[in-house]
Design a protein around this ligand. Structure first.
Ligand code: RNT
Ligand code: ZN
Length: 411
């Protein structure tokens, strides 16, 4: 008997239907961030990365142009099973002249991205880029006390709403537009309120501009701290959650953006009770918001479990967000996205109802024993069957190593 059929039988003794799990996973969309391919550099300003985030390593082969980045993405996409969406930043605009500021970018600057998305039959998610730019003054954008700076970034936000609408119209798939600003202070501020009041005002100015809410979901991402911004972050968790609620937009949690012992997996159920939709940036922080490549680790599994067990696969916008320049970037992309898929499949292969019932009965002895038993069930065989049905190569490393030899090392 083939290994999958055996696995199917073993899972069925726990009341789990592997066919149903595979069918469900097939239709889950993961929004793949483009910025793993070029170390978050982008095409528009080529300023070095700022905003408290950092890419480390100098593995050869970084994509330097739209052509290189999309060629790499194409390979990465082909090695990721399941439904994908493309997630790009405003800094990946293809400008016709050096003089187009981020406050005046237009849909036409993203026409080639739309072409790429259509070719691959995927939707596009978007992010205004409030970092790595000369108009970031003293580390501030939408919360800046300098009216010229603040107005510039408000215009950028409005320009991005238009571009997001364009993506949704062109692809026929709603666009998630995520707002994250790096604003904050290195040391203890004298006034914590005013920057937050200005951020609120700026967001109001952006979001009071009419846009089609059936096509664009605006999300707001919070953060606890960044490099050089250790003492105060304007867009803190409380600010962003409260603002999202007040304005009826969607909160976004990045699991690198909390104190190290805080876990996003525990926050998902709370947010689901009060929000129609929620959004996630799945990453792996090591000691800080280091954006290591996502692996099939406990917290990724626990996040997936929360989405699946709460029947929220259609309410959570799942996106990846990591950037590692110390290993092959395409492998990083694929390993991270596959890890998210794996975690979702793992969650779909748990006896959820049984475990929930045991908890209600107060039988935590059985909850623990059964949960542990499931860890050694033949999960890998079901994962391989999923890859096979999706027509995705199991051993992606050899494909990537060939590409490295033939393409990346010649850059
Ligand atoms: C930064 C945030 C943000 C960025 C990307 C590039 O800490 O996580 O989402 O990583 O927008
Ligand atoms: Zn993020």
């Amino acid at each position: 008997m083939c290994r999958y059929n055996e696995a199917k039988e073993i899972y069925s003794t726990f009341g789990i239907d592997t066919e149903k799990a595979i069918d469900t996973l097939k239709n889950v969309t993961i929004s793949v961030h483009c910025w793993q391919g070029d170390d978050v550099v982008g095409f528009d300003s080529r300023e070095s990365l700022s905003g408290g985030i950092q890419t480390t390593g100098n593995y050869p082969g970084r994509a330097r142009t739209f052509e290189e980045l999309t060629k790499d993405l194409e390979l990465a996409f082909s090695l990721m099973p399941g439904k994908k969406k493309l997630n790009i930043h405003a800094s990946y605009a293809l400008l016709d002249s050096e003089n187009v500021g981020r406050d005046e970018i237009k849909p036409c600057h993203f026409a080639k991205w739309v072409e790429f998305a259509k070719k691959h039959n995927v939707g596009i998610d978007f992010n205004p880029t409030f970092f790595a730019h000369p108009m970031v003054r003293d580390g501030l954008t939408l919360s800046s006390p300098d009216e010229e700076v603040r107005a510039y970034w408000v215009k950028h936000g409005i320009a991005c709403l238009k571009i997001s609408e364009y993506f949704a119209e062109e692809t026929g798939i709603p666009c998630v537009m995520n707002i994250w600003i790096p604003d904050g202070y290195k040391d203890i501020p004298a006034d914590r309120l005013s920057p937050r009041a200005r951020f609120k005002k700026s967001l109001d100015e952006i979001l009071d501009t009419p846009y089609d809410k059936s096509k664009v979901y605006v999300t707001l991402e919070s953060k606890v701290f960044g490099i050089g911004v250790e003492s105060y972050t304007v867009g803190s968790a409380e600010f962003c959650l409260s603002y999202s609620d007040y304005k009826g937009i969607t909160p976004l949690m990045d699991n690198g953006h909390y104190h190290p012992t805080e876990v996003v997996s525990d926050k998902i159920s709370a947010l689901l009770l009060f929000n129609e939709k929620i959004a996630l940036h799945i990453t792996r922080g090591v000691r800080w918001d280091s954006d290591h490549v996502v692996i099939f680790d406990d917290e990724t599994k626990e996040i997936a479990k929360e989405i699946v067990r709460n029947n929220a696969l259609d309410r959570v916008f799942i996106a990846t967000d990591y950037f590692d320049a110390s290993i092959n970037r395409i492998s990083a992309w694929v390993t991270g996205v596959r890890s998210v898929s794996k975690a979702l499949l793992f969650a779909l292969l748990q006896p959820a109802e049984k475990l929930q019932k045991l908890q209600e009965e107060g039988d935590f002895t059985s909850v623990m024993a059964l949960s542990e038993e499931m860890k050694t069930a033949p999960f890998g065989d079901v994962w391989e069957e999923f890859l096979k049905r999706e027509g995705t190569e199991k051993n992606y490393l050899s494909v990537i190593k060939d590409y490295e030899k033939n393409i990346l090392l010649n850059r």
